[in-house]
Write a protein that binds this ligand. Structure first.
Ligand code: PLP
Length: 400
């Protein structure tokens, strides 16, 4: 057997992808599962985007592109950032990757090594700590619990910064909680960051267009434009345009960092698919009403799910402001005994119980760094939502 590298032996698979894989296996074995695990729009990619890809193929746009991405897409991203965030941004500040995830990976691979610390507020998207660890760096987890509305406070940020800190990761709207920061809250965080010029900011805004109340999630780089010179904005087309399978994301930041990431990309993927990049240009430059339609649909699903799950004894449900996840607290279920006689000791036990008793698949909060919670994705059809929530209410009721 070929000996694997220690860093890969130590690496955990992505928890949400692992949960989805388990659902697929159970379904293949004949079980019907109501799947709330995966953060992936169930909607089709809008037709004008698909048409752009077909035209690209017909026009022979089927070859390698520059490693940083096509000029057309880099310019489209620069226009979007200028339009939506009021930031002066040029194509040379943009690099395209195979999804936001690849660019997060490349950014850390470019800048993180042994003895480097990266501050990751919890609850966090499952992959940040593992990607940092894979580079030999140390993720410094700072918990932002429900009392702080799951948001990093300026005091907690300041306490976590050391001379070894290289990055702070901000993710808003957040996966798994859906919360995002107000302008005032970002201004306060920026005040701390100004005192520590060695700390860079990775702002993951992949859910930026999905919000359900009032104003969209502001970006730290619009609130504090002076920090743009040490910020890397990450986003992409996966979530807003239902394009998860096309694998296109982008990073926007200072040219030296963008160039270094591009060098690394030139030695790994070479470039993202030329066809997907042409489709992404159509997504960013084209009619944006598909986002409004998707948001209206997600808002209905969110409201219905909150309404139904509030009836589940032991679950504490909040309506998220953005993204498409619910992150209810399950503290009220811990210590309860299932009808089969098992004591629920953790959110992992709760998730397994729901799978067994309700045929409902969720991801346990321990994967996101804050327990006891479970994550439901509402990027799924209304029928699954109705049936799944009724089953959860019954299963939770059976514990009391
Ligand atoms: N960042 C966050 C917070 C996410 O939730 C995800 C996907 O679930 C990604 C990045 C990766 O998105 P992409 O499909 O563009 O790689």
């Amino acid at each position: 057997m070929l000996k694997l590298a220690e860093r890969v032996i130590m690496l955990k698979p992505s928890a949400s992808i692992a949960a989805k894989k388990m659902v697929t296996e159970l379904e293949a074995a004949g079980r019907t599962i109501l799947d709330f695990t995966i953060g992936e729009p169930d909607l089709p990619t809008p037709p004008h985007i698909v048409e752009a890809a077909i035209s690209a193929m017909r026009n022979g746009d089927t070859h390698y592109t520059a490693s940083a991405g096509t000029p057309a897409l880099r310019e489209a991203v620069a226009r979007k950032v200028a339009r939506e965030k009021g930031l002066a941004c040029k194509a040379e500040n943009v690099v395209i990757g195979c999804g936001a995830k690849q660019l997060i990976y490349e950014a850390f691979a470019t800048t993180v090594e042994a003895s480097v610390e990266v501050i990751v507020p919890a609850p966090y998207w499952v992959s940040y700590p593992d990607i940092v660890g894979l580079q030999g760096g140390r993720p410094v987890i700072v918990t932002a619990d429900a009392e702080d509305d799951f948001k990093l406070t300026p005091a907690a940020l300041e306490a976590a910064i050391t001379p070894a800190t290289r990055w702070l990761v901000l993710n808003a709207p957040n996966n798994p909680t859906g919360v995002f920061y107000s302008r005032e809250e970002l201004t306060a965080l920026a005040g701390v960051l100004r005192r520590y010029p060695h700390v860079w900011i990775m702002t993951d805004e992949i859910y930026e267009n999905l919000f359900y109340e009032g104003e969209r999630s502001p970006s730290i780089v619009e609130v504090a434009p002076d920090l743009a010179e040490r910020s890397l904005l990450i986003s992409g087309v996966s979530k807003a345009y239902a394009m998860t399978g096309w694998r296109v994301g982008y990073a926007v930041g200072p040219k030296p960092l963008i160039d270094a990431m591009t060098k690394l990309l030139s030695q790994s993927t070479t470039c993202p698919s030329s066809i997907s990049q042409a489709a992404a240009v159509a997504a960013l430059d084209g009619d944006q009403s598909c986002i409004d339609e998707a948001t209206a649909l997600y808002r209905k699903r969110r409201d219905r799910m909150v309404e139904l799950l509030k009836q589940a004894p032991g679950l504490e449900v909040r309506a998220p402001s953005g993204a498409f996840y619910l992150y209810p607290c399950v503290a009220g279920l811990i210590g309860k005994t299932t009808p089969a006689g098992k004591v629920l000791k953790s959110d992992t036990d709760v998730a397994l119980y729901l799978l067994e008793a309700a045929n409902v698949a969720v991801v346990d909060g321990s994967a996101y760094g804050l327990s006891p919670y479970i994550r439901f994705s509402f990027a799924t059809g209304m029928e699954t939502i109705e049936q799944g929530c009724v089953n959860v209410v019954t299963a939770c009721g059976a514990l009391f």
